[in-house]
Design a protein around this ligand. Structure first.
Ligand code: ADP
Ligand code: MG
Length: 608
């Protein structure tokens, strides 16, 4: 039998290796921008066309390369950054594997112009499928200018795997956020399809965060800072009312490198404890400084996980630092805060706690007729109310269920064949399900899904009839969405205005919410729009739904009450009859079951 093992050609081997490092346009941008940073650039420009599928260009003013290095840089494992295995444990630069340029050159056509300060002429190299097609000396500015065209042109399977431009752009923004947040002293420009998405000048970290995530964050950021023998922690957390349904504003960095760390994230979530509604996430930007010998970043080239030697201790340090900051700003009710001091004070000797003694309400408004007693409820959205007085205060949903429009019970009973005499009593189970008796058995309703369905149908109807009534706000709210959210909002703004919102565009990045639908007057307009736009972004890929359905669904999901709402019997009954008047009371728009009937037969069998 003849030999069967063959050596792969270089280009095939390179393509396989490239798959490890380069999965999508965002990975190319990450690698090239990190190279620019390692090259000491102070100004980096990123230009993309068609979400990077057609073109990616990175221009930096870094140290550039000699003509020999320019050629060498495309060789696999060619790097100027480490030379010994031990160096892997003292990594201070972003790149270190010498794989990125070789990988990119294997799966795209690449052009690079580069010049060092000391050289008169620069080098211009063209590469396609790992082969250098030309190399010339050429006049160019100091630094490196990288052009990557037709990504995956020679790997159709990968090209097909790429998502929509919107999805790929989102990945690019995610990568860029991680880089710009660790380098506030560096200028960054990002241009996508001829639109300037951002232009960031050198600034401090706080300004940088605000310039990326919107000015609204300014009043919400709280400083976090602690210094222990194991780790130094700096950065910002946001006040609880900034919480989001997504984790898009959660950032950990270690030695200026982005890190994904669910365990430390949990530590922060625990520090916020009940301050934010279930299902929402606090915003944070936390920077760790630690001796590189105590972490291992050499796990996987694309992974952002990092291993720490002393994970449990750091978990507690993070938790204590966040609690301390929340406490300083009087955000944690003092009683709970004091409890925590005694529990955690031993964790880190350098972290000191001060319990707040005076309560000052910064939002106190002597002209506010509601008075001071309620200030917490007025300034804090959603579930804050239930945190203080669980079942008495009104929540947004109360305003979606005006009593006068509750349908006649009789028609519903006929329609759903529930016997009037058995309509009886409503019970709540685990603050999640509503139980009542029906004609053939026990009816179990998922209360949150039911509410979502009711709101969905209500908003859909409003969207179709365009008959929303606007309640003008006395104090219009300014909304400054992040770039990715702005695009989503612009798509739906006229529809939202049809159903009663009054949102006007003040500038490129600035909107004013001047009014909300009549029955939504008690919600936090800023938060509602923000979350609704987020949910809309998430479901935008669904091809089965038309735009009105997507808008109605995103509004319903935003406004539906949270899991765990305690309901009184009247509320349960209202919800039940409203659900029964929906066109579909069995399933949510996403196909999940809202209601189940456990038959008397089944019950009898179980109790046999
Ligand atoms: P790594 O960054 O892991 O060293 P790369 O393949 O990304 O590997 O880059 C290879 C080498 O090319 C780098 O070590 C660096 O010397 C050089 N290089 C890459 N990009 C730039 C740049 N923008 N400016 C200057 N030198 C660069
Ligand atoms: Mg690199």
């Amino acid at each position: 039998m003849s030999d069967i093992i063959k050596l792969l050609s270089d280009s095939v081997a390179n393509q396989i290796a490239a798959g490890e490092v380069i999965q999508r346009p965002a990975s190319v941008i990450k690698e090239l921008v990190e190279n620019s940073l390692d090259a000491g650039a102070t100004d980096i420009q990123v230009v993309v066309k068609d979400a990077g599928k057609t073109l990616i260009q990175i221009i930096d003013n870094g140290c550039g390369m000699s003509s020999i290095d320019a050629r060498m840089s495309f060789e696999r494992h060619a790097t100027s950054k480490i030379s010994r295995a031990e160096d892997l444990f003292a990594i201070r630069t972003m790149g270190f594997r010498g794989e990125a340029l070789a990988s990119i050159a294997a799966i795209a056509s690449v052009e690079m112009k580069t010049r060092r300060d000391e050289d008169k002429l620069g080098t211009h190299i063209c590469i396609a499928g790992s082969d250098i097609t030309s190399q010339e000396q050429e006049a160019c500015s100091v630094g490196t200018n990288f052009l990557v065209k037709n990504l995956f042109y020679n790997v159709p399977a990968r090209r097909k795997f790429l998502k929509s431009d919107r999805a790929e752009n989102k990945h690019i923004l995610t990568e860029l956020h991680r880089v710009v947040l660790t380098n506030p002293e560096i200028s960054f420009t990002f241009i996508s399809d001829n639109n300037q998405v951002f232009q960031l000048k050198p600034e401090n970290l706080r300004q940088r965060i605000i310039n990326i995530f919107g000015k609204a964050l300014n009043s919400s950021l709280i400083n976090v800072s602690t210094d222990t023998s194991i780790v130094k922690i700096n950065g910002f957390i946001a006040k609880p009312e900034r919480s989001k349904k997504s984790t898009s504003e959660q950032f950990f960095f270690v030695n200026n490198r982005y890190m994904y760390h669910p365990y430390f994230r949990k530590s922060i979530a625990m520090a916020y404890n009940k301050l934010i509604p279930e299902g929402e996430h606090p915003s944070f930007f936390i920077y760790f400084t630690i001796d590189p010998a105590h972490i291992d970043i050499n796990i996987h080239p694309t992974k952002t996980e990092i291993k720490f030697e002393d994970e449990q201790a750091i978990f507690q340090i993070v938790n204590a630092a966040v609690k301390e900051s929340l406490g300083k700003f009087n955000i944690v009710p003092s009683l709970e805060f004091e409890e925590n001091i005694t529990r955690d004070a031993h964790l880190t000797s350098k972290t000191s706690f001060k319990s707040p003694s005076i309560t000052i309400n910064p939002d106190y408004n002597p002209f506010d007729q509601k008075g001071t007693q309620n200030f917490k409820r007025d300034t804090m959205p959603g579930n804050w109310e239930s945190f203080y007085t669980p079942s008495q205060t009104k929540t947004p949903d109360d305003f979606f269920l005006p009593k006068e429009s509750i349908p006649e019970q009789k028609e519903l009973l006929d329609e759903t064949a529930f016997k009037k005499e058995e309509k009886g009593i409503f019970f709540q189970l685990k603050n999640k399900y509503i139980l009542t008796s029906g004609k053939s058995g026990l009816i179990v309703i998922n209360q949150k899904r039911a509410h979502e369905r009711i709101l969905f149908e209500k908003f859909l109807k409003l969207l179709e009839t365009r008959k929303g009534v606007t309640q003008k706000s006395l104090f219009p709210v300014i909304y400054e969405p992040a770039p990715s959210e702005r695009a989503v909002l612009l798509e739906v703004i006229s529809e939202l205005n049809n159903i009663g919102f009054e949102i006007v565009m003040l500038g490129k990045d600035k909107f004013e919410i001047k009014g909300v639908p009549g029955d939504l007057t008690d919600i936090d307009p800023h938060k509602t729009i923000d979350q609704m736009v987020y949910v809309l972004g998430e479901i935008s890929g669904s091809a089965e739904m038309v735009l009105h359905e997507k808008i109605a669904l995103s509004l319903a999901k935003t406004a539906a009450f949270k899991v765990g709402k305690i309901m009184c019997e009247q509320e349960m009954q209202d919800l039940f009859y409203r659900l029964m008047s929906c066109s579909n009371h069995n399933h949510t728009i996403e196909g999940k079951k809202i209601l189940e009937i456990i038959s008397v037969d089944e019950i009898e069998k179980k109790l046999n």
